[in-house]
Ligand binder design. Structure first.
Ligand SMILES: N[C@@H](CCC(=O)N[C@@H](CS)C(=O)NCC(=O)O)C(=O)O
Length: 332
């Protein structure tokens, strides 16, 4: 079931007939694991395809860097797509004409992964993996060069297996980092559940709503949940759960870092801003961004802003990229 069906004219329809946005279920749900029958950990066999703009892909990029995958040459390369999501979906090469969604591509190579020089769109990978695939071709994906398939296109599961699958290859300083420690799982799961529904996905439900009622049903719980996180952080803690960096922080970060630059205006999440109205969240997000390179290095505000404002022409037909906020993130 696709959440963003095609209109008859080929343009994308992001909400269902009742005006509510529904995210599609991910379809590739395997993992890389030592001893796995199909997907054993091997250097140079897999890559991560991501969009710098996408909060779900951003989770995987952060964990990949925190764990030190980037310090081991060719372990699991990262390949990023252009910021524009056009008529043929995510693209490794820029669309020729963003104003018209032109499907012709500029000359030049495709994906920069050896053996994939001719791959121009993410959908080509999906169709290689499953020639009958007819749902949205989302990022992130973990691609397997050996079996020519997608291991996973579900970010919450990708970050779980990145947490441990390559430990044998990783630098001593980072290999044992555990962002889903046994003793904190219950607390992390509980938090993830409402944060996902009302915040991570809540901004999309607000932004893609096409009725006043659907919009209000999303934006109000979103701000209630931001208040709830604000309360949790009121004791001055650096991390959400257990006094250590966990996936709960990583999963919330990718939404909060996009909040003031994109969601307030573009997705109409304007009952407040992080910087003016949520001092604890503001402290928490700036600490992660400025003190942990894996968060800052993987955040590209230009790409983020361009993607949303130029790709969703039903929301922003002129495709003008709003200038502010200045700065995109304040100093500590
Ligand atoms: N459940 C997926 C959701 C990923 C997702 O929705 N990605 C969006 C970008 S933010 C996408 O690739 N959309 C492409 C499209 O709809 O054509 C995950 O968390 O990995």
């Amino acid at each position: 079931m696709s959440s963003a069906a095609e209109h008859k004219d080929g343009s994308t329809k992001w909400s269902s007939n009742d005006g509510r946005f529904r995210r599609q279920e991910s379809s590739f749900r395997d993992e890389i694991a030592p001893g796995h029958a199909s997907f054993q950990p091997q250097k140079g066999r897999y890559f991560l395809a991501a969009a710098l703009a996408c909060p779900w892909a951003h989770r995987a990029m952060i964990v990949r860097q925190l764990k030190g995958f980037d310090k081991v040459p060719d372990l699991l390369p990262l390949v990023t797509v252009d910021s524009f999501l056009g008529a043929e979906g995510w693209s490794f090469v820029p669309y020729d004409d963003k104003a018209t969604d032109g499907v012709e591509t500029a000359h030049g190579t495709g994906c920069n992964i050896p053996g994939h020089e001719q791959t121009r769109r993410i959908r080509e990978l999906y169709l290689t993996a499953d020639s009958n695939y007819d749902a949205r071709c989302t990022v992130p994906i973990v691609w397997d060069n050996e079996r020519k398939t997608i291991v996973s296109n579900e970010s919450s599961e990708i970050i779980r297996f990145f947490n441990s699958c390559f430990n044998e290859f990783l630098p001593a300083e980072t290999k044992d980092l555990d962002f889903y420690p046994e003793k904190l799982r219950k607390e992390i799961d509980e938090l993830n559940e409402w944060v996902y529904d009302t915040i991570n996905n809540g901004v999309y439900k607000s932004g893609f709503a096409t009725t006043q009622q659907a919009y209000e049903e999303a934006v109000q719980p979103l701000f209630k949940s931001l208040e709830r996180v604000e309360k949790i952080l009121e004791d001055g803690r650096e991390f959400l759960v257990g006094g250590q960096l966990t996936e709960a922080d990583i999963r919330l970060f990718t939404t909060i870092i996009r909040f003031d630059p994109v969601y307030v205006l573009h997705f109409k999440c304007n009952l407040g801003t992080i910087r003016a109205d949520f001092p604890q969240l503001h402290r928490w997000v700036r600490n992660l961004y400025w003190n942990y390179p894996a968060f800052k290095d993987t955040t590209d505000f230009e790409s983020i802003k361009k993607h949303y404002t130029q790709s969703h022409k039903q929301i922003n037909p002129s495709r003008i990229v709003a200038y502010g906020p200045v700065p995109h993130i304040k100093p500590l």
